[in-house]
Design a binder for this molecule. Structure first.
Ligand SMILES: O=C(O)CCC(=O)C(=O)O
Length: 390
């Protein structure tokens, strides 16, 4: 029996879940947590909720995703006991790890931001779905027009029908289409088949609502045609010792260490960002780009606030980094390679490890002082991370 077959769920309407493939549970975290995370997202991105022009500055990533992962308010939501109760019911075990996922800030479309929304699966649609659950926490009241979560209700039941009547080859997107990318924004044969007679629906919600969906549900987020940005945090849990990356990954001890490292190194990108005078959300893609192309070290991101480093230190920094080559350190290279196996946290880990190396270099060379306290974890949070075992 898989967890999906269990019929005893007290948190939500089982019939609705079976029929539509998602369910909304209200008030899963205290309202104060929501505001703390909203403030943290604005600070991370360097945007101002009251200045719409700032919403369209960098970082503005595909899907309106924001790559923050270890901020204290994110952990405060992840370790909210109510959320753990819900996933305990779903999985039939309390021994869970939380997915080290990210947040979303989707501003209204305009001439700079054309996000039309997307629908996709985070699984291989030619393979039978695993009993996996994904979740999104609404940080603000979100109307249908705001580009929040959208899905094709019932598509989770149609997908196995497609699989029963087609071969995997028939699911291959035509060459030249973007159907094989994870967003599946353009034509994809399985998506088209599954959607016949069904409709995409935007799911509105109140601040503090938690929407859980079945991994087999065609889902994504929408086009924001309102006047306020959509803000949300992705939260999911899977059994201890696993991560979610298209399918369930059993990572054992290396995965546990990677997760702990990610949490421990979580404060360092902000330290580097402050040293350079840019928001953390701008330093993140720059550090990420060094992993692929170290030549990017010669172009520092433009300061947006007063850097902690002096002008002379900033001038010296590229040559210093080019000589030290922290991106070539074995643990960083390893984290980059193994990233996909660890789900989203793996790709973050390489950046976090790199930022620690850079911060340590700034300390050794320029005497930069800092404290790097990882997010505070409750007893539950320690288990949900893997710092302590269940
Ligand atoms: O932004 C959303 O609510 C949907 C996110 C999504 O598609 C995903 O996490 O896979």
């Amino acid at each position: 029996m898989t967890p999906l077959d269990q019929k005893v769920k007290t948190s939500f309407d089982q019939e609705f879940w079976d029929e539509y493939g998602y369910v909304v549970i209200p008030n899963v975290v205290p309202q104060a947590n929501l505001q703390a995370l909203i403030d943290a997202i604005w600070a991370y991105t360097g945007k101002d909720p009251h200045k719409p022009t700032s919403w369209y500055q960098e970082p503005l990533l595909e899907g309106a995703m924001v790559n923050m992962s270890n901020a204290q308010p994110m952990w405060d939501n992840r370790q909210a006991p109510r959320l753990h109760e819900i996933f305990t019911e779903l999985w039939g075990t309390e021994k869970l790890w939380v997915v080290l996922d990210r947040v979303n800030l989707n501003p209204p479309v305009n001439e700079q931001w054309h996000h039309q929304g997307f629908l996709h699966w985070d699984m291989d649609p030619t393979k039978p779905p695993e009993p996996l659950f994904q979740g999104v926490l609404y940080l603000t009241d979100t109307t249908e027009a705001m580009g929040g979560f959208q899905c094709v209700p019932g598509s989770h039941r149609r997908l196995p029908e497609w699989q029963a009547t087609h071969t995997a080859d028939e699911g291959t997107p035509p060459s030249g289409s973007a159907g094989s990318d994870w967003m599946m924004q353009i034509q994809h044969p399985i998506k088209e088949w599954v959607m016949q007679g069904l409709e995409a629906k935007s799911i509105p919600g109140k601040a503090g609502d938690f929407l859980i969906w079945n991994v087999a549900l065609l889902h994504g987020n929408g086009k924001n045609v309102a006047d306020q940005p959509r803000l949300a945090q992705y939260i999911s849990m899977s059994p201890e010792g696993t991560a979610r990356h298209r399918s369930l990954v059993y990572g054992g001890e290396p995965l546990r260490q990677a997760r702990i490292n990610s949490w421990r190194c979580g404060p360092y990108p902000a330290i580097v960002a402050n040293a350079l005078g840019v928001p953390e959300g701008v330093i993140n893609p720059w550090l990420r780009s060094l992993l692929d192309n170290p030549d990017h070290v010669h172009t520092l991101p433009q300061p947006r606030s007063t850097p902690r480093l002096t002008e002379a230190q900033l001038r010296e920094l590229p040559a210093l980094l080019a000589a030290r080559k922290p991106w070539a350190d074995a643990d960083i290279v390893d984290a980059k390679i193994t990233g996909p196996q660890y789900g989203i946290s793996g790709s973050f880990l390489a950046v976090e490890l790199l930022s620690k190396q850079v911060a340590d270099l700034l300390k050794a060379r320029f005497g930069l002082t800092f404290t790097a306290e990882p997010a505070h974890l409750t007893d539950l949070g320690k288990k949900l991370l893997g710092l302590e075992r269940w």
